[in-house]
Write a protein that binds this ligand. Sequence first.
Ligand SMILES: *Cc1c(COP(=O)(O)O)cnc(C)c1O
Length: 371
Amino acid sequence: MIRLADSRVSEEGVLAVASVLRSGQLIGAQECLEFEQELARFIGVRDVVAVSSGTAALHLAVLAHEIGQGDAVLVPDFTFPASANAVVATGATPVPVDVDPTTYTLDPLELERAVSSWTGPERLRAVMPVHEFGLCADMTAIGAIARAHDLVVIEDAACALGAHDSAGSAGALGDVGCFSFHPRKSLTTGEGGALSTDDADLAARLRRLRNHGMERVNGMLRFTEIGLNYRLTEFQSALGRVGLRSFEAGLKARAVVAGAYTDLLADLVGKGIDRLPTVTDGHSWQTYMLVLAPEIDRDRLFADLRETGVEASVGAQSLTSTGLYPPAPAGAEVGPTLAHRGVALPCHQGMSDADSETVGRALGAALLAQQ
Ligand SMILES: *Cc1c(COP(=O)(O)O)cnc(C)c1O
């Protein structure tokens, strides 16, 4: 089976974890500190705070800005629902905003429309652009709207480690960035996550909030605010450090797979495929998602691909389509379309050229079977 992602741990990773386990130092020590520093260098920010998941990172990012009941946070309609769930967990309201059909990321025009027509009752406090599948949202336009309306910019870079635009890396383009190290992401620690920021005070607050609201005052541990336990363990951090060493190679390998798909599938656009993903330099290709034509039965396509040994899945969800969140004030048409017609193909560093061709051929055959 050609899997969607390859989350097997290298022998080097296994040894690094074993070494931590033997040391008895399981939390709050050197591995986590080193992982944070290495990530901060990689992303190009002053501080990284490692946490227990991407959702924990998003939750802390919202909490640390004192956003809660009576507040609202703008989120793209097309995303993994954790973006909105983290907002709900603080008592604030997520407000879905439609995405751009070519980039699958927050549409700045829709954002401007949602912000300028906002009538409350909640107070708009933040916007949470998602760098969906590893393509940076239009942070220049989103940043300008955020500044004009005094909104905090929380980047959901959960699937975008290594992505960049002309201004910098994902996680360094807003006030705070949030990453996930879930096995489906391109760097994994099993479960895990991190926050990135250039704001030293914010970083200090995030460190307190992830550790029960504790800090050292004159050498003594004090509880100075209400916090949570969102720590990353030493062995998870060790795994992350090993993964980071081969991360650049993984980025390159995924770009090769994405390039191969784009060549192999070009002829199928208009013949069962509506759209291939936008190709740009800074895309980290955590996921390669194409959009099917409306007449294609996606479940049947998934089943046919599985028969030929190819794992494929939906891309992301539409918040409004789930019926679990408030509706998008300005409506959402693109998000639901992407959620219902998106197909994510295998894209990882363990794939050979032959594997990409196998996937391309299997997809072509599965689409032909439905003509
Ligand atoms: C994976 C993901 C998350 C959640 O990360 P976890 O580590 O699974 O909690 C949040 N947002 C987006 C966009 C994601 O892709």
